[in-house]
Design a protein around this ligand. Sequence first.
Ligand code: ADP
Length: 219
Amino acid sequence: MKTKQCLVIGLGRFGTAVATTLYEMGHEVVAVDREEDNVERVVNLVTHAAVLDATEERAMRAIGVADFDVVIVAIGTDVQANILATMNAKSLGATYVVTKAVDEMGRRVLERIGADLVIRPEHDMGVRLARQIANPNIVDTLDLGGDYAIVEIEASARLRGSLRDLNLTGRFGVQVIALGRGGRIEVTPRAEDVIAPHDKLVVIGTAHSLDELRRFLGN
Ligand code: ADP
């Protein structure tokens, strides 16, 4: 795994969780907040922590915002500061800026000013939980960003035959990357593998193509 250089702006609950988890996973994390108390709380939990007001363009340039692989703007309640911080990061040349919106309008504004990924943590978690409850066959979902996900789907009686005959790539635009059967997992399944009801298919695709497959399976 390549070590990523990450800048986390805003050390509330969300930003702190992102910063400390990335650091625990071995990445380089610079964490900043305009409040000294918040910075002090994470000093030993990240690579470097500093007091910085992200609405100030000069401060953002000085910290080298363009040199990070990913910049996470985790300012929530102060919408104006969030928008300015995101704008500063993008206009100073940050390649990939993830930002947190509190509502749909915020999401639209942040996308318009160039945020590469806008998340709405509470909304997104709510949708995910609802999907898990509504689709008990999906054991877990791994969102890959850019609309792609890996999900586990249980085969139904509608899915009979070999992977070649089923042609899920041609029909739904998804790819089966592993098969689970009787508690065992087979990675890189072969075209001649025959699917039986209750087999677990680990499938990669866009949210739309995975929904189409689920609909077809009657899940
Ligand atoms: P959460 O819901 O994740 O706790 P908050 O919106 O409450 O998120 O916290 C956001 C954090 O961002 C706070 O710690 C706040 O001090 C910080 N913050 C707000 N504005 C700025 C700014 N201009 N520059 C840097 N940090 C900021």
